[in-house]
Design a protein around this ligand. Sequence first.
Ligand code: ATP
Ligand code: MG
Length: 343
Amino acid sequence: MTISLAQLRRCSAAVDLGAARTRVYVKNQGLVVDEPTVAAVNTRTGSMLAVGAQAELMDGRTPDYIRVVRPVSNGTVVDIDMAQRLLRHLVGDKLRKTWRRRPTMRAAVCLPYGSEPLAQRAAVETLTGLGARRVELVDTLVAAAVGCGLPVEQPEATMIVVCGAGTTQVAVLSLGSIVAAETVPVGGNAIDHAVIQHLRLHHELMLPNQSVRPLHLMLSGDGELTPGSTEVHGRDVVSGLARSVHVDTERVRRAIITPLTAILDGIGAVLRRCPPDLVADLGERGIMLAGGSALIPGLEPMIHEATSMPVHIADQPGTCAVQGLGAMIEGKVQPLHLDPMAP
Ligand SMILES: Nc1ncnc2c1ncn2[C@@H]1O[C@H](COP(=O)(O)OP(=O)(O)OP(=O)(O)O)[C@@H](O)[C@H]1O
Ligand SMILES: [Mg+2]
């Protein structure tokens, strides 16, 4: 994926279709949509009952005839038709008016590093189905680096780790391009899975989907504030009855170390492929963590310990990519101008 800042400046909307959340940035308006990528459909009539946060609440609590669907998986649109309907509902009037006024509407979409041509095509088709005449594809890594305020266009190395729900992408960038990058198929979903498995194995408790998030939040408090144990409600694996158990927070932290190690391996692989000059730059500047899962407890100290580099978490880790893409379509990113006459 090559990006042309001039082409991007002609786009009127920036879209980040994530496995967990969909974000839309509209030129001159800012971030207008930040909702879960979830839709609830009535299977008898085919009609859409709810989208976004409302549909996510229904997950796991629906009668037979309602299906809760997630049209994006691991950064790829797997159900184009559903993704279009979801976007249409989420965006509603906010974008329809902008798009109607411009017969040559262009959109920018960010995709994970190394996306297959089929995945790129699915993203393009989703947007063209909504009225875009042309779709520009940008690497999420570049967009997120811009969104975190890293000096992407300068001849100095910056390292970014984007931890999403389905994937974690790691890259070293210099002069506006990717020098070395890696996509690891581990993200927030794998961490949730590890927590669910832990409770099932050690407490014989089946945890409802909705309860994983509060457990996350409880874990993310720093050591002193976090209580040693917490009460979790779920269903007994054997009897099927509702039961609550006291879970040792430290043991849950240890249970999520295995998926976190996969992220460390990805970072190691990128650093090994990187030229030594750039690695020296990185020692000073450090590593920037973006993506919603950057807030996972223990990730930041673990990366710091493994690499001995400073690690920073972006201010708004989840929205970095779409804000960066937004800055590009607004023309706020200046390309590096080479001046041959400069001393
Ligand atoms: N405070 C938090 N603590 C731990 N995890 C969190 C927190 N907030 C969000 N997450 C996790 O972040 C993930 C969502 O991140 P993000 O919004 O970057 O995903 P996405 O862009 O939709 O996914 P992808 O880029 O993989 O397609 C979810 O898995 C969620 O559990
Ligand atoms: Mg993402």
